[in-house]
Design a protein around this ligand. Structure first.
Ligand code: SAM
Length: 290
């Protein structure tokens, strides 16, 4: 097996294939040999299980996943990497590369066709320019997956895993927590990548919940409220919620009162259950007015 954490080996392979890094595709490949085995282990790659990888690069994480899991399906958008992967993954017969955009693949179908009844996890060193869209897609579609273990930009990781009611919390934290139990596993310095990005990173794991929180009257409306509330996070909720959802300010004030939330509250102060309660009152109000 080629040592894909060795810079000379990587450069030799990439030069031979005439490959140049694409910044716009978020191509920062892992070169720290300690990281990929850790992602694979903590991400649940194991005998009897399947793994979906997002973005293979030259296959450094793919190798570690393929060593441990029964099957790996890796989705990579950059067709220039296909001949490289043919070489670096030649010895594995349990890897399938899907040359597509992860935001466009039919993942439900892919899981059903490729993994059958196997437990499936997702592992990735994500392209940072689409971190949130990828995570939200994996969660919102309610795919039959156990967990998502992903390298993300450090600040994004803090936000993704932030507890509701804390300063770091944002719309994405609430959405992630609605579908999963998130945690930061470990930090990774910028020197662990080639080329080195100008930000540090961390690996997060989102353990997907079998059931989403109960009692949400309308999920779409709930997420609209969360986005509206955080659109002006330093302001109190009344104005942004009223203008984004088309409900009078008095209506929003009343819904806050009914939900036992103080009228001066800001989005970052609310717990998940409070957002749920507020969204139900607002939804009833909106339906009543229609
Ligand atoms: N896993 C490799 C590693 O750790 O060295 C590569 C990680 S690199 C940060 C991100 C990878 O995602 C790149 O190979 C890039 O081409 C790929 N990528 C970017 N956008 C993508 C998309 N929309 N769908 C699938 N893959 C994508």
């Amino acid at each position: 097996m080629q040592n894909l954490s060795n810079i000379s080996v990587i450069k030799e392979i990439l030069n031979r294939h005439g490959f140049t890094f694409s910044k716009s595709l978020g191509q920062n490949f892992l070169i720290n040999p300690g990281i990929c085995p850790k992602i694979a282990e903590l991400g649940g790659a194991r005998p009897g299980g399947g793994v979906i990888e997002v973005g293979t690069g030259i296959g450094v994480l793919t190798q570690e996943l393929a060593k441990r899991a029964d099957k790996v399906v890796a989705v990579e958008i950059d067709s220039r990497l296909l001949p490289v992967l043919d070489e670096t993954l030649a010895e594995f017969d349990n890897v399938k590369i899907v040359n597509q955009d992860i935001l466009k693949v039919d993942l439900k179908l892919l899981i059903a066709e490729e993994f059958g009844n196997m437990p499936v996890t997702v592992c990735a060193n994500l392209p940072y320019y689409i971190t949130s869209p990828i995570l939200m897609r994996l969660l919102e579609e309610r795919l039959p997956i156990e967990s998502v273990t992903a390298m993300v930009q450090k600040e994004a990781g803090v936000r993704i895993c932030a507890e509701p009611g804390t300063r770091e919390v944002g719309a994405v934290s609430l959405a992630v927590r609605y579908f999963s139990d998130p945690k930061i596993l470990f930090n990774v310095s910028r020197g662990s990548f080639l080329p080195a990005p100008n930000v540090d990173s961390c690996v997060v794991r989102l353990d997907v919940r079998g059931e989403t929180p109960r009692g949400v009257a309308d999920e779409k409306f709930f997420f609209q409220l969360v986005r509206a509330a955080f659109s002006q996070r330093r302001k109190t909720l009344v104005n942004p919620v009223s203008s984004a959802l088309g409900i009078s300010k008095d209506g929003v004030r009343q819904a806050l009162l009914d939900s036992r939330i103080k009228p001066t509250a800001r989005a970052e102060e609310l717990k998940l259950y409070e957002f749920i309660e507020l969204s139900n009152y607002l939804f009833a109000l909106k339906r009543g007015a229609e």
